[in-house]
Design a protein around this ligand. Structure first.
Ligand SMILES: CSC[C@H]1O[C@H](OP(=O)(O)O)[C@H](O)[C@@H]1O
Length: 355
């Protein structure tokens, strides 16, 4: 079982401790969430981020809410507030539905303990799922390593490492599995404007000693066309019934470039990312995160303090969709905890979810 260097989230009595990802990669800071409002803010402000992790955080947010009041109205309010934080990652809504199913039949007095237990089960389930994704993705990396000498060269987008989950990650889980198996890999890490989650991936890989190269998002196409990449693996936020997949904005462009360059393009995702109620990509809600993420740059100043610089005047018109959709036709395979699945075969691999 992969051990997170620092837990992305864990219960501490009647509170939830999270790793504040708005401070990374500059500072490692733990935040203590004690209320529903603090859990809502943590998800919306991306103090926690990553599809599986926001689901687990929302599940714990239900427990925090019920500590104060545990009747049906309180449960409904908590489900609604947490469900309204971010629209695209279906893991959030999957986790809330699982909490509602577990808690609704119980008398209010029994709900708090049951909420903590169910939230913990979601956390543990996600960690095990990440490990399984790592094992199945490892087989793909081993196949490349068997074909030619030298490190297997991967490309990823955004952060789908342990920071985005309760375990090893999704897209990076095979990387960590390859490292543990002694297979040489190196990873092209796309910075992923505007929130630059690629810096989180670089931070993770540096700490793990995995060779990596940080690139501007727009450099990915040239590297792919030069034959410098053996495979692309990204995470996902919602996979529709036909295999169309929403992921961080820019993923589709990489999938197009990968197809043009003849490079396999994989999505890594757990069962909680599958949404068979969503028929296709156009049906996936895409979050817009407003102008300031485009107009402001974040970094650290000479004193090491996190600073923001304005790169565009206030009032500049912007478009800031946080995700895009990669059609199933561009996806070589989906690396799940049940194996590497062709997009069209998802329903067969997950019959219980596809009903
Ligand atoms: C392991 S899935 C991570 C997935 O979530 C990220 O979005 P965000 O950073 O906005 O929460 C990104 O789409 C990743 O691929």
């Amino acid at each position: 079982m992969f051990e997170q260097p620092t837990p992305t989230l864990h219960r501490d009595g009647d509170a939830l401790l999270i790793l504040d990802q708005t401070a990374l990669p500059f500072h490692t800071r733990t935040l203590r969430l004690a209320t529903l409002a603090e859990a809502v803010h943590a998800i919306r402000a991306m103090q926690v981020r990553g599809a599986p992790l926001i689901g687990a955080t929302a599940a714990h947010g239900i427990a925090l809410a019920l500590l104060r009041e545990s009747g049906d109205a309180a449960l409904d309010r908590a489900l609604q507030m947490l469900g309204a934080t971010r629209p695209t990652a279906v893991n959030l809504h999957w986790a809330l539905a699982r909490m509602d199913k577990a808690l609704r039949p119980l008398p209010p007095a029994a709900r708090v303990n049951a909420a903590w237990a169910e939230a913990e089960a979601i956390r543990v389930d996600d960690a095990a799922t990440c490990d399984a994704i790592g094992r199945h993705g490892l087989a793909l990396i081993e196949a490349v390593a068997a074909r030619r000498p030298g490190p297997v060269r991967l490309m990823t987008h955004c952060n789908a490492g342990w920071l985005a989950t309760c375990g090893a990650g999704t897209a990076l889980a095979p990387v960590y599995a390859a490292q543990a198996a002694g297979i040489a890999v190196e990873v092209f890490v796309s910075e992923t404007r505007p929130r630059n989650q690629g810096l989180l991936t670089a931070w993770e890989l540096a700490a793990a000693g995995v060779p990596h190269v940080l690139i501007a998002d727009n450099a990915a196409g040239l590297l792919l066309m030069r034959g410098e990449v053996d495979m692309v693996i990204t995470g996902a936020d919602r996979i529709a019934a036909n295999g169309d997949t929403a992921n961080k904005v820019g993923t589709w462009l990489k999938a197009l470039a990968a197809q043009a360059a003849g490079v396999p393009f994989y999505i890594a995702a757990p069962h909680s990312t599958l949404d068979f109620a969503c028929p296709d990509g156009p049906s996936i809600p895409i979050e817009d995160r407003g102008a300031e993420e485009i107009c402001m740059l974040r970094g650290i100043d000479a004193a090491g303090a996190i600073a923001e610089l304005r790169q565009a005047p206030p009032g500049t018109r912007t478009a800031n969709p946080a995700f895009d959709v990669t059609p199933a036709t561009l996806i070589t395979g989906i690396i799940t905890e049940r194996g590497v699945v062709e997009p069209a075969a998802l329903a067969g691999r997950y019959p219980e979810a596809a009903r």
